[in-house]
Structure formats: structure tokens, C-alpha cells
Design a protein around this ligand. Structure first.
Ligand SMILES: [Zn+2]
Length: 175
């Protein structure tokens, strides 16, 4: 218990120090991730949301959080930092939509201050791209098993609406 208190005091001091000396604005995004940043900016402006992506670092590495393939670290005064897992199934062999879902989920944490949302619609689909269990909410299936679960392309607009506005009403297919 005492160590927890000391840790808390230490973190308080650390956060005070970092906020008094903010890191400079910096933008560093791998070339293969840049198209998804562009798409994020496009989707934001389509919805008249002003979201700056000017201060952001994205790297490939090993993500260590409840998001299997990614991680966002947000600290006061520091540049938001996203780590995408370099495991093949997270990126190399993932589809364009799966990659977009992953990047948008982490941008939701890092640029939109969104937390996880675990609720599901009556039909069992996740309410939000911000669910921690399966971010590929509108990605088409990699394997030809057929059925409704594999045809999620029409859901993309809803999930991106919800990403930028958590009060977006339930779509028809959610019931
Ligand atoms: Zn997450």
C-alpha cells in the first residue's frame, strides 16, 4: 500500500514536470501507415470535425496493451504515440480494411480521447470501433465462410460516424 502511495506521488510529480516542459510538436508516421492517416483526415473533414494529426508518432514494434495489435500512449505534454504490432497478422497479412480499423481505433484513443466501449447491439455486433476485443468491425472476412458476418462493408460509415460522435444512433442493421 505504501509503495502504491509513493508511486502515485512520483507519477504526480512526473506528470507536473512533463506538462511544464511540453515536447515540441512532431509528426512521424511510417510511409505504409500514411494512407490511413490521410483517410482519417478525410473522414473527419467529411463530418466537419476538426482533428489535428500534426502531433503524432506512429511506430511498428510490440504492442503491450489489451489491444492485441496496437497501443496508444497519451501523456500530458508529450506527443501521442501509437505502436502498431509488427506481427504479420496485425499488418502484413491484414486487409486494407483491417488495417484501417486498427489505425482508426488507435487514433480514437490518441487523438479523439476515446476510451474502450464494450456494448453490443441486439444483433450481437459491437456498437463501436472502440471495442477492445475485435477492432475489425467493418473489415470484410479474410476467409470465405460466407454469411452476414462477412459482409460488413456497408457498416463502415456507421462505425466511422460513431468514432467521431459517440451519440450516433443505432443503425437499422443493429436491431
Ligand atoms: Zn483500444
Amino acid at each position: 500500500m505504501r509503495s502504491l502511495v509513493i508511486l502515485f506521488i512520483f507519477l504526480s510529480i512526473a506528470s507536473c514536470q512533463s506538462s511544464s516542459q511540453p515536447e515540441p510538436v512532431q509528426y512521424s508516421v511510417p510511409t505504409e501507415v500514411e494512407p490511413y492517416l490521410k483517410s482519417f483526415r478525410d473522414e473527419a473533414s467529411k463530418r466537419n470535425k476538426s482533428v489535428s494529426t500534426d502531433n503524432l508518432i506512429v511506430t511498428f514494434g510490440s504492442a503491450q496493451s489489451e489491444d492485441v495489435c496496437g497501443q496508444c500512449i497519451l501523456e500530458t505534454g508529450k506527443t501521442p504515440q501509437i505502436t502498431l504490432s509488427s506481427d504479420d497478422f496485425c499488418w502484413k497479412t491484414a486487409s486494407v480494411n483491417e488495417r484501417e480499423c486498427l489505425v482508426f481505433h488507435e487514433l480514437g484513443h490518441c487523438l479523439l480521447n476515446r476510451a474502450h466501449k464494450t456494448e453490443k447491439f441486439p444483433n450481437g455486433a459491437y456498437v463501436s470501433l472502440m471495442n477492445p476485443d475485435n477492432v475489425a468491425v467493418y473489415a470484410t472476412c479474410r476467409y470465405p465462410i460466407g454469411g452476414d458476418e462477412c459482409d460488413k462493408r456497408d457498416r463502415r460509415d456507421y462505425y466511422i460516424d460513431e468514432l467521431f460522435d459517440a451519440t450516433t444512433p443505432t443503425p437499422v442493421w443493429g436491431n
